[in-house]
Design a protein around this ligand. Structure first.
Ligand code: H79
Length: 455
């Protein structure tokens, strides 16, 4: 990973042999544990990441025998009542996405301005996208594809300096010890919080932890471990805290989301009061109303489904997605924007188009996004602020009709210019907070005004 400090320890000293040549030095890379601010630094600066929900469910795309499931298509096993056996035969056995090209995925993320990728290693359905020695319910043994998807994507990310991360569900609708054995429905424990499965601790110890170990030892540095499924009654806060420290022992600098523990307040995603493990809050499909002074990341879909669902055509516009990015960054958060590749391994064309549009904007305005801090001021009516020491970025969503931008009264303007043409200074009446803008907005989605502060 780009920001992880490694120390090269010489295990054997250079030996000088009689002919005065140096023999090769045996070295071992050892990771040095960073303090929390150092550990979080790359993530805090990154702002924009790609979530990828991909798995066997991407084959049916939310449809079974003409019936369309409600909600996210990654829930099809539960929503359209597959038995475990049906799902194995009808879905997993058909997973053969021969068009998957990790380099292309990474290129699309990078071109959009994303700095990290979080891929589902295992969703609630239990199907594993990597070569797991602990189960046959993986891409190598249960599907005809037989390619280690995690490995291919992790390596592609590394080449392009994109931080590789994985999502992992605590829920498992396939593993026998993760079910409520007295109930016929594998999802009973999720629907009724009073149903507790006495076998679950065995699944936790002998399956979940060893799998996480595989993912943390065989694929290089992992940026973030992104858990989900924290709500099931079987999973306890003790398990969560144990899992958190267990992971940090394997990779001390890995970042872990707050769903590792049980503190999350519903979809709002931040922790309740109390002592909970986890490095950042996880609002899901929502953006907090105001800035939050702790680490958080909003995850969001481009249409309404995480997994590929062609029947869902309610796509958010590129404009909305760009303004969401600005909104989130102005409030101190990160934006984890989802793609649901199809059963062949391709991104939906609607997603490709939106990623490209976001790339155009982030390339022009990256200075006002990456590495910035949240807005120090109340939200202005016309848009949002982000900031760096001595500089304020005004992201104008609604261009003022009279060409006069009123910034907040506390702002002491030294100079102002369009971010895209820094040498052309905009007129500011001395001592005022009024900036004269060109008549027409150069960028109708969000034009950034770069303001040098007087103090
Ligand atoms: O992977 C995607 C979804 O499939 C997954 N999370 C994203 C990232 C997801 N699984 N379930 N849900 C989303 C919705 C679950 C909502 C609830 Fe709850 C779980 C309602 C009650 C238990 C969360 C926890 C909201 C309230 C408590």
């Amino acid at each position: 990973m780009n920001k992880v400090t490694t120390l090269l320890l010489a295990l054997s000293l250079i030996a000088i042999v009689s002919c005065n040549e140096k023999v090769p030095v045996e070295v071992e890379e050892q990771t040095v544990a960073l303090d929390d601010d150092e550990r979080m630094a790359w993530w805090r600066n990154a702002k924009f990441g790609m979530f990828i929900h991909w798995g066997a469910y991407s084959i049916p795309g939310g449809e079974r025998n003409g019936e369309v499931c409600g909600g996210g298509a990654e829930w099809i096993m539960d929503k359209l009542d597959y038995t475990i056996e049906d799902y194995e035969n009808e879905v997993v056995a058909k997973f053969n996405p021969v068009q998957f090209d990790a380099d292309k995925w990474v290129a699309m993320a990078k071109d959009a301005g994303m700095k990290y990728i979080v891929l589902t290693s295992k969703h609630h359905d239990g199907f594993c996208l990597w070569n797991s020695k602990i189960t046959d319910y993986d891409v190598m043994d249960a599907s005809p594809f037989k390619r280690d998807i995690i490995k291919e994507l992790a390596e592609a990310c590394k080449k392009e300096d994109i931080v590789f991360c994985f999502y992992h569900s605590i829920v498992d609708w396939h593993h026998p010890q993760a079910q409520a054995p007295l109930y016929p429905n594998y999802n009973a424990g999720q629907k009724d919080q009073t149903i507790v499965n006495p076998e679950f601790p065995k699944y936790f110890e002998n399956y979940l932890k060893p799998q996480v170990t595989e993912l943390l030892t065989n694929y290089g540095d992992i940026g973030v471990v992104w858990f989900d499924g924290d709500w099931i009654a079987d999973y306890t806060t003790e398990m969560g805290k144990e899992l958190y420290s267990y992971i940090r022992e394997i990779q001390p600098n890995t970042i872990i989301n707050n769903r590792v523990d049980k503190g999350r307040m519903g979809m709002e995603g931040m922790d309740r009061e109390g002592n909970f493990a986890g490095d950042f809050g996880t609002p899901e499909q929502e953006i907090p109303a105001t800035g939050i002074d702790s680490d958080w990341e909003s995850c969001m879909t481009m249409n309404g489904s995480w997994g590929y669902k062609p029947s869902d055509t309610k796509w958010k516009s590129s404009e909305r997605l760009i303004q969401n990015l600005v909104d989130i960054v102005s409030k101190g958060g990160n934006f984890l924007l989802n793609i649901g590749p199809d059963g062949q391994g391709l991104f939906p064309p609607e997603s490709v188009e939106r990623l490209a549009a976001m790339g155009v904007w982030t390339r022009a305005n990256g200075e006002a996004i990456y590495g910035v801090k949240a807005s120090p001021y109340d939200r202005p009516e016309w848009g949002r602020y982000t900031s760096k020491p001595g500089v304020l970025y005004a992201h104008v969503f609604d261009w003022p009709e009279d060409g006069k931008l009123e910034v907040n009264p506390e702002v002491k303007i030294k100079t102002a210019s369009l971010l895209v043409s820094p040498s052309d200074q905009l007129e500011v009446e001395p001592g005022s907070t009024t900036i004269s803008l060109p008549e027409v907005a150069p960028d109708t989605v969000a034009t950034v005004i770069r303001i040098e502060l007087a103090e």
